[in-house]
Design a protein around this ligand. Structure first.
Ligand code: ADP
Length: 190
């Protein structure tokens, strides 16, 4: 199986690149942000609980997202592999993911980490906020909180995957095709 963690701060382009990767390598896209937003849209209890946190730019509890990913893995038992987008975001999530994959007799193949500087992220997110309708994309204070959450809780995961020899850092600035090419080059050497 090919199991990729597509990593990077909010606005790094994880969603865009995930869509290209799933088509090229025939993988299943698992975006915890997308799954949470669909829970909100349907109006489930879980969605209601998550919305308050997401609108503030805070992370939702580990147990919630781990449980979501676990059931998606079970529901896609025949997949060629997965692109994890926006997950894991904490060490507890990374450890839980490793354990879930061991149960399935597989593991993470690589973490592809997109590097983009804060000023560019804020610009991209405010631009996306104009038509995404996402409350968390429309306010610079909330965006800053998301970037802080990333720096404090999520960025340390680079060391977690580096220790497993799985980290590749990729420059996330340039055209979508250029960045996709760089990702493909890394994946094709796995
Ligand atoms: P972005 O990467 O642009 O921040 P996402 O759609 O990945 O967008 O995430 C939006 C929000 O959903 C996050 O700010 C957080 O509140 C919540 N979220 C998504 N994934 C996770 C996760 N793995 N752990 C905790 N919270 C999450």
């Amino acid at each position: 199986m090919l199991n990729l963690v597509l990593f990077g701060p909010p606005g790094a382009g994880k969603g865009t690149q995930s869509n290209l990767l799933i088509n090229k390598y025939n993988l299943v896209h698992l975006s915890t942000g997308d799954i949470l937003r669909s829970e909100i849209a349907v109006g489930t209890a879980l969605g209601l609980e998550a919305k308050t946190l997401m609108d503030r730019g805070d992370l939702v509890p580990d147990e919630v997202v781990i449980c979501m990913i676990s059931s998606k893995l079970d529901n896609n038992a025949d997949a060629n592999g997965f692109v994890f987008d926006g997950f894991p975001r904490t060490t507890a999530q990374a450890e839980a993911l490793d354990a879930l994959l061991v149960d399935k007799g597989t593991s993470i193949s690589a973490m592809l980490s997109l590097k983009v500087e804060d000023k560019e992220l804020i610009k991209r997110l405010l631009e996306r906020g104009k038509d995404s309708g996402r409350a968390d994309d429309q306010n610079e204070r909330i965006i800053s909180n998301r970037i802080n959450e990333y720096n404090n809780k999520t960025a340390p995961l680079k060391a977690y995957y580096h220790a497993q020899n799985k980290l590749s850092e990729i420059e996330g600035v340039g055209s979508i095709t250029e960045i996709a090419k760089k990702l493909n080059t890394v994946i094709d050497t796995l």
